[in-house]
Design a protein around this ligand. Structure first.
Ligand SMILES: NC(=O)c1ccc[n+]([C@@H]2O[C@H](COP(=O)([O-])OP(=O)(O)OC[C@H]3O[C@@H](n4cnc5c(N)ncnc54)[C@H](O)[C@@H]3O)[C@@H](O)[C@H]2O)c1
Length: 271
């Protein structure tokens, strides 16, 4: 018996990293998966390699190895029509219900705010904030129609609570996700749909290897003081640490929890 037997979960940014881990961990608890990812480069401002179609193929293999079904498409969270289309197909194929949404797709890059191009600012907001809104907006009518309640989980960041230097656009987007989540929780409570955000600090993966971060810290070593946590031995969490929080929020174990900002951050936001 899994915590999510018979349920259907939609995960964005599922080709690799935390999104892949969320898809596989939710599947291990019994959920069928609908997965999307852009599977390719997003912006030259990112100083780390993009996900690939082969990455998504590996996610599919890992989910299927749990004996769960997965419907996957290449789609951009900036494209509402594409999200609606994959959800319509996935929900029809997987039994007519949608129980869990993990709005995880995101990007990261670094610069002082007055040195960013308009494009660097706007692409960040379009993906990391508006992309979450588009994801939830596409999913909610299906969940209300299905009438089973459900759980929406937005992957914010420690930067959705506490800001870092050289990431004004990222912090603005992730703080925006916090506000969106809280309003959505108020509006969806009457439908039995809970809405919460998760706030990781550093997590192992490609995003943390961004060369634009090292460059900005070399140029402004005083910024390093902002990068402290209470558990210095655990420098970065594993994707599974975040997935365990996702499963808890997705399942009935957290049935009394909504509008919460769940930090999985080694205490970093309280420093
Ligand atoms: N890595 C960290 O240290 C860290 C810390 C806190 C929060 N986060 C957040 O966690 C989430 C996952 O990050 P990750 O560490 O797994 O990074 P990642 O780069 O490995 O994964 C992000 C995935 O999102 C996809 N994606 C990006 N833009 C997209 C778009 N427009 N449409 C569809 N898919 C898109 C990418 O292709 C990629 O597969 C992000 O929202 C990120 O901001 C990461």
């Amino acid at each position: 018996m899994g915590l999510l037997d018979g349920r259907v979960a939609f995960v964005t940014g599922a080709a690799r990293g935390q999104g892949r881990s969320h898809a596989v961990t939710l599947a291990k608890e019994g959920a069928s998966i609908i997965a999307i990812d852009i599977n390719g480069p997003v912006t030259p401002d990112n100083g780390y390699p993009a996900a690939t179609p082969e990455d998504m193929t590996e996610t599919v293999r890992l989910v299927e190895a749990t004996n769960q079904r997965i419907v996957h498409r290449q789609a951009d969270v900036r494209d509402s029509a594409a999200i609606e289309s994959v959800l319509a197909e996935g929900v029809a194929e997987l039994g007519g219900r949608l129980d869990v949404v993990v709005a995880n797709a995101g990007i990261s890059n670094w610069n002082r705010f007055w040195e960013m191009s308009d494009d660097q600012w706007q692409v960040m907001i379009d993906i990391n904030l508006t992309g979450v809104w588009r994801t939830l907006k596409a999913a909610v009518p299906i969940m209300i129609d299905a009438g089973n309640g459900g759980s929406l989980i937005a992957i914010s960041s420690s930067s959705g609570i506490k800001s870092l230097p050289a990431q004004a656009h990222y912090a603005a987007a992730k703080h925006g996700v916090t506000g969106l989540t809280k309003t959505a929780a108020i509006e969806l409570g009457e439908y039995g749909i809970r809405v919460n955000s998760i706030h990781p600090w550093s997590v192992v993966g490609a995003m943390g290897q961004d060369t634009t971060m090292g460059a900005i810290l070399d140029k402004h070593p005083e910024y390093r003081a902002s990068f402290a946590s209470m558990l210095p031995e655990l420098r970065s969490a594993d994707p599974l640490d975040i997935s365990n929080a996702v499963v808890w929020l997705a399942s009935d174990l957290s049935r009394a929890v909504t509008a919460t900002q769940l930090t999985v951050d080694m205490g970093a936001t309280k420093m």
